[in-house]
Every structure is written in C-alpha cells, then in structure tokens.
Design a protein around this ligand. Sequence first.
Ligand code: AMP
Length: 112
Amino acid sequence: MSDCIFCKIVTGEIPAKKLYEDDEVVAFWDIAPQAPVHFLVIPKKHLAAPVDVTEQDDQVIGKMIRVGARLAAENGVADGFRVIFNNGKKAGQVVFHIHMHIIGGREKPWPM
Ligand code: AMP
C-alpha cells in the first residue's frame, strides 16, 4: 500500500526504532508511548485491520504474539504486559495496517 505509513516502515522509507525484524514481521517502538514499554508488532504483509485476517494469515498472527511476548520479556516486563489490537475507528484505530501493541511497565492501575 503506497500511502500506508507502516508499509513505509517495512520498506525503510520511514525510519523507526526497530527491536526485531524477519521476513514476515517487524517490531518497533511506538512513537507516542503510553507506558515505559510500548512497542508495536506488525506483519510485513499489508492487512488493514484484525477484521481482514483470513485463514492464510493464522501463522503470521501467531508469530506476532510469540515475538511480542519474547520482546516484552527482553525489555523487562515479562511479569505483566498488555497485548492490544484495535479494530476500527470506533475502537481508536488510527493506523490502518494491522498492528499489535505490547504495553507494559505502567505504574498506575490499568484503565480496563
Ligand atoms: P492505533 O490507535 O491502534 O491505530 O495505534 C497506532 C499507533 O501507532 C499509535 O500508538 C501511534 O503512536 C503509533 N505510531 C504512529 N505512527 C508511528 C510511527 N511512525 N512510528 C512508531 N509508531 C507510530
């Protein structure tokens, strides 16, 4: 997708502080972190939102969760982190390339 900012992070057109990359997924620090540890894991393949995931994406979505959990542990929040996919504007999705937030290290209670 030529106008997708996360596709541009995949290609390197837009810089990002990457934690991990392989042939299928990229993880990078969120530009506006909501907690001390806040990064995103995305598939390199453009899918707009969770609702667009099909059976052929099952493997990469599982990998995103596995990679995210490992990186959470490597960044000191193995004992507690949130795994969030927003789907749609009404849920607060602003970037329409599917992404998984990993958020941890929050001192205040979680809102929900
Ligand atoms: P969402 O509300 O689920 O669509 O979340 C999109 C997330 O992407 C937000 O937390 C933004 O801070 C983050 N974000 C947007 N642009 C960038 C970027 N260029 N690099 C890193 N994170 C970004």
